[in-house]
Write a protein that binds this ligand. Structure first.
Ligand SMILES: *Cc1c(COP(=O)(O)O)cnc(C)c1O
Length: 369
């Protein structure tokens, strides 16, 4: 049998890397339960995507096309840019790491809001740079004025996450325009729009309206959430060619597989995409209904523009997460802060409302503490 995992080593590692919390995947959902902890799409692939992936699988003895040109060409067309203004990566998390590596070195600062995407702090540390976390506003949205104030001589990257994971609040078009006016044009701004397709607020910023407008802006999108391809790892960036070239240079070569590219290309063919966006619409309505019902129960749920809702459970986080788990729902708990619950299967919503409804009874202290 395998020896117990050693907990220490004498091998000289970078101390800041060795100190990073080890990645532990969320608990698997209990039998007949629901995994609502990773903002995954509850539906499997549409037939067109499944067929394209199967066809690509028959040729996995070959290396993939290093620049995913077929996918870049199609994306370039819809974004009205050249294929060189599109960079495809093994998920947009991969691209985030590449951009941070390309722009920030030890001594440099990367500014982002907090709480935001849990991957940001680790990526910054791995690059050897320093995180500057700007607290969210009381409504759980980005405080873009404070983020612009936090830009110093040392800042190399600012990450804006809209809608913000895990709180759900979107940045408005106006807020973003004002922010871009204040950030010096020689600092990279990354607009992480992993949940763009779920946005139903017309005032929200939309990266697709901003191409060519700013020389220092890169927009990130992913096929993992709305397009249901989290398992094959594919996302993309739209931005100025020299910035994308620099990010490309930091990538581990051939990270994007032909299976992933084929799945993504198939997912944006008209028929497949129409069905996928219909599903997104179902999820967006389900989210709005869920949020309204939770608010009616007394939960102070912030604006929710992604495929998830945020429960600001504060000190009760562990207790509420445990109750959800016992009832068959795995959610993502951030101890002492809140719980992010993905909008998934229809039946999960009823269960969720029943469990959370019981937790806001008159005998309770109240969920907003
Ligand atoms: C899910 C997510 C991503 C994308 O993840 P990939 O699967 O790597 O494309 C990027 N940013 C945020 C904020 C996310 O929540």
């Amino acid at each position: 049998m395998t020896a117990p995992e050693p907990t220490t080593t004498h091998v000289r590692l970078r101390p800041e890397i060795a100190a990073l919390p080890p990645y532990r995947q969320g608990r698997p959902a209990p039998e007949n339960g629901f995994k609502l902890s990773s903002n995954e799409n509850p539906w499997g692939p549409v037939p067109e995507v499944e067929r394209a992936i199967a066809a690509a699988a028959a040729e996995v003895n070959r290396y993939p096309d290093a620049t995913a040109l077929s996918l870049r060409e199609r994306l370039a067309e819809r974004w009205a840019v050249s294929p060189d203004e599109v960079l495809v990566g093994a998920g947009s998390v991969s691209l985030l790491a590449q951009f941070v590596l390309a722009a920030a070195q030890p001594g440099d600062e990367v500014v982002y809001s907090w709480r935001s995407f849990e991957a940001y702090p680790g990526l910054v540390t791995v690059a050897g740079a320093t995180s500057v976390q700007v607290p969210n506003r009381p409504d759980h949205g980005h405080d873009l004025d404070a983020m612009a104030d936090a830009v110093t001589e040392r800042t190399r990257v600012v990450i804006v996450c809209s809608p913000n994971n895990p709180t759900g609040v979107a940045v408005t078009r106006e807020e973003f325009a004002r922010f871009m006016e204040r950030v010096p044009a020689d600092r990279l701004v990354i607009l992480d729009e992993a949940y763009a397709e779920f946005v139903r607020d017309d005032a929200a910023v939309d990266g697709s309206e901003l191409t060519g407008r700013y020389p220092n802006l890169v927009v990130l999108r992913t096929f993992s959430k709305a397009y249901g391809l989290a398992g094959v790892r594919v996302g993309y960036a739209i931005g100025p060619v020299p910035i994308l070239d620099a990010a490309r240079a930091t990538a581990i070569p051939l990270g994007v597989t032909a299976v992933a590219t084929a799945g993504a290309v198939a997912a944006i063919q008209p028929e497949a995409e129409a069905e996928l966006l219909r599903r997104v619409d179902v999820l967006a309505r389900r989210r709005d209904a869920l949020r309204a019902d939770l608010i009616a129960q007394g939960w102070p749920i912030p604006e929710a523009q992604g495929n998830f809702v945020w429960l600001p459970t504060g000190d009760r986080t562990a207790e509420v997460a445990e109750r959800l788990f016992e009832s068959g729902i795995v959610a993502r708990a951030f101890p002492g802060d809140g719980i992010r619950v993905s909008v998934g299967e229809e039946e999960s919503v009823d269960l969720l409302l029943r469990v959370l409804g019981e937790l806001v009874g008159p005998s309770q202290e109240g969920p907003s503490t």
